[in-house]
Design a protein. Structure first.
Length: 260
């Protein structure tokens, strides 16, 4: 009975229980504080930052608990912490690139440069941001390739998912076509597409280029980047059908062979 009442037995149990309770309580506090104070942050970024803060707080609580346990068993934690400091300094010098990755990763999260699901171009590679970590950023290209980029090497970022962007559609017609008729057909098509696809803005700008074998008209669509691939296909299909109905010719290369 006396053995069970010794601090070497009771204290560790109490410390472990307190450690678990503090981790649970801190997680709830961080979540509530984050919701109250940073409510304008989007859900994906909010979840990422909350997880990061929770992991840091949990690490601090666990480290303090371990040092307290060592102190109870008579281990000199001050000299231990000092030695960890020296080891940490040596490790920091040896792992500078890894530390840079983590620091840049934290900066990207808090600055909201991009979130999971965003379509971005990093160092010239375009793709969708997929679940990554603080050391690397993973991008999945439209064709399926996955590129992993060390955060310290990220120099150029273009985020296509922040706001709307313009989808440009150029359509060529034969020089013999009635220009006013083509323009009217495209303008009517734009009005119908705006209602059907609930677009913010779409317009036919008119003649864009006098090419070698065609007159090119341009349509500009303001839309979300993630929807533009599908929208581009649908609009081109409607344009071909509308031109066929109105006998408007889309030029194409032909080879004429003369027998001698």
């Amino acid at each position: 009975m006396e053995y069970l009442l010794k601090k070497e037995v009771i204290a560790p149990i109490v410390i472990v229980i307190l450690c678990i309770l503090l981790c649970i309580i801190s997680k709830k506090i961080v979540y509530k504080l984050f919701n109250f104070k940073i409510a304008h942050v989007n859900d994906k970024r909010k979840q990422t930052i909350v997880n990061l803060i929770n992991n840091i707080v949990k690490f601090i609580i666990i480290m303090i608990s371990i040092l307290t346990l060592l102190e109870i068993y008579g281990i000199d934690t001050k000299s231990l912490v000092a030695s960890f400091g020296v080891v940490g300094l040596v490790a920091g010098l040896a792992l500078q690139d890894l530390l840079k990755d983590f620091i840049v990763g934290i900066s990207i999260i808090f600055e909201g440069q991009y979130s999971i699901g965003d379509c971005v171009s990093i160092n010239g590679f375009k793709g969708e941001v997929i679940p990554s970590n603080l050391r690397t950023t993973k991008l999945k290209a439209y064709t399926g390739e996955i590129k992993m980029i060390s955060n310290r090497n990220i120099t150029e970022i273009i985020n296509y998912s922040i706001g709307n962007t313009n989808l440009i559609i150029d359509i060529g017609v034969a020089y013999e076509s009635d220009i006013e008729k083509v323009k009217n057909v495209l303008e009517n098509l734009c009005e119908k597409a705006k209602k059907e696809y609930k677009l913010k803005d779409i317009s036919c700008l008119g003649i864009q280029e006098l090419a070698d074998s065609s007159i090119k008209f341009r349509i500009v669509v303001l839309s979300n980047y993630s929807e533009q691939f599908e929208l581009d296909r649908k609009m081109k299909e409607k344009i071909v059908l509308a031109f066929n109905e109105n006998n408007i010719t889309i030029p194409y290369n032909q080879v004429v062979i003369h027998n001698g």
